[in-house]
Design a protein around this ligand. Structure first.
Ligand SMILES: O=C(O)C(=O)C[C@]1(C(=O)O)C=C[C@@H](O)C=C1
Length: 299
């Protein structure tokens, strides 16, 4: 029975994403933090982990970015995108709200709402939106900014619902496991890699040119410090296509040539299922022609 560790506890957005990934017999295992979700897979305690990776309002989730490059590699095999708006939960009968707790990514997405509706409440960071709900239940804080589903797990009341500074906000989640057979290409895939480049003029432009030359669409570019020297960065690159496709494989080989370090983070079907705008046919015809020339079969 496959086990999926997810960034919990029960009632997080990540639990909803994990349920969307899960098949009938899969067991969902809540853990307290993103690094613990990765550790569960690396230790063999679970087969997969489900973590948030990026939000359309607040951007990349730093804990996930860091866990992706640390220790033994894990690769993404699927992604899921959820609409994100929040419920503000309180203990039944709460008269005054002086503290409001949540995950920092969630607090950042309701900053304006809090300023307008709870200007005197102090925002407090918790490990997750559901951990905030648990803390409110325990009497530690007055209100939690939580996933709407949290109210089905914890006996709290809804002080407000549909809370969000930006309508139609979305968060993307990944399902990761230890490297193994890759998901089959579907024609609508995403490939993720992280590269560390030598510190020289134009190196990032060279990386991006390798993609552009092959007609590969970039869907994400994020930089994070290497945590070594000041000014040294890693680049997280998301692109459309699957490593099994000739031009994507060729582009990754080119990125490898330009990089000091490169880590493959997976090729997996895109949640929107929109076909990647590139032509494998032209690329395959070109490599076939070179093969023919090498074999002395073509002029
Ligand atoms: O705490 C949760 O409920 C999460 O799943 C984490 C998380 C995040 O890290 O971005 C997920 C989606 C929302 O954007 C807010 C918080």
């Amino acid at each position: 029975m496959p086990r999926i560790a997810y960034f919990g506890p029960q009632g997080t957005f990540t639990e909803q994403a994990a349920s969307a990934f899960a098949r009938e017999d899969d067991e969902l295992v809540p853990v307290e933090t993103v690094p613990l979700a990765f550790a569960a897979v690396r230790s063999g305690a679970t087969d997969f982990c489900c973590v948030p990776v990026e939000n359309s309002v607040e951007g990349a989730v730093p804990a996930t970015m860091d866990a992706l490059v640390r220790d033994e590699p894990l690769v993404a095999v699927a992604e899921h995108v959820l609409p994100v708006h929040f419920s503000v939960l309180v203990r039944p009968g709460t008269a005054e709200i002086r503290t409001v707790a949540s995950h920092p990514h969630a607090l950042a997405q309701v900053r304006e709402w809090l300023a307008a509706h709870l200007p005197d409440a102090t925002p407090i960071a918790t490990t997750s939106t559901a951990a905030a709900a648990v803390a409110v239940l325990n009497g530690d804080f007055d209100a939690a900014v939580s996933a709407p589903v949290a109210v089905t797990h914890y006996p709290l009341s809804e002080y407000a619902t549909e809370v969000a500074d930006v309508r139609d906000a979305r968060t993307r989640f990944l399902l990761l496991r230890r490297p193994g057979a890759l998901p089959e290409p579907t024609g609508a895939d995403r490939t993720s890699v992280v590269v560390t480049t030598p510190n020289r003029v134009g190196v990032l432009a060279e990386l991006l040119t390798e993609l552009a030359l092959r007609g590969i669409n970039l869907t994400g570019l994020e930089s994070r410090p290497t945590k070594g020297k000041l000014g040294e960065y890693r680049f997280y690159i998301d692109l459309e296509g699957h490593v099994a496709e000739p031009q994507v494989g060729d582009a990754l080989a080119a990125l490898h040539r330009h990089s000091r370090e490169i880590r493959f983070l997976g090729s997996y079907p895109k949640a929107d299922h929109e076909p990647a705008p590139m032509s494998n046919a032209e690329f395959t015809a070109a490599t076939d022609w070179v093969d023919g020339v090498r074999k002395g079969e073509r002029g």
